[in-house]
Design a protein around this ligand. Structure first.
Ligand SMILES: [Zn+2]
Length: 153
């Protein structure tokens, strides 16, 4: 595996996680604060400021931002061992799979050329054939016995 986890992406993932946790805390604040504020309102002391709902909104935004950051980070690190999502890992590994496939294809192309040469189909001048003295059958240069009659060459 030649792909490395870049520290930036690793950091991005954990930063996203921390932001989500902070966002979650902020988002929870109004649900804790509102009953207290309601009680205060009932007593007629304070009025609930819009700040409480703003805190919830910021918390919600942080959860979304943190999630997006983790998503971006995950696409980068998924293929390098720290698998967070199999689907993302597959997408991340796609360039590698393509590269591997390309290498196999190249090897097959080379093998194909070699086979053509050996077979004497398209470029027979590259292969030296020896004619059997007994039957006239053309045999490969390194053959010890004739393919046709089995006599030593
Ligand atoms: Zn022969």
């Amino acid at each position: 595996m030649g792909k490395q986890i870049s520290p930036e992406r690793k950091g991005l993932f954990y930063a996203g996680l921390v932001i989500q946790v902070i966002g979650g805390c902020l988002f929870a604040v109004p649900f804790i604060a509102i009953p207290i504020i309601m009680m205060r309102m009932h007593r007629g002391s304070d009025s609930p400021g819009p700040g409480v709902m703003l805190v919830a909104f910021i918390g919600f935004a942080l959860i979304a931002i943190g999630g997006a950051m983790r998503g971006i980070a995950a696409k980068g690190v998924a293929g390098s061992g720290l698998v967070l999502d199999p689907e993302k890992a597959r997408r991340d590994l796609e360039p590698w799979t393509r590269m591997g496939g390309g290498m196999v294809k190249d090897a097959l192309d080379e093998a194909d050329i070699d086979l053509k040469n050996l077979g004497g189909g398209s470029r027979p001048e590259k292969v030296i054939m020896i004619k059997c003295r007994e039957c006239g059958k053309l045999n490969e240069e390194d053959s010890k016995f004739c393919q046709e009659c089995g006599k030593p060459i």
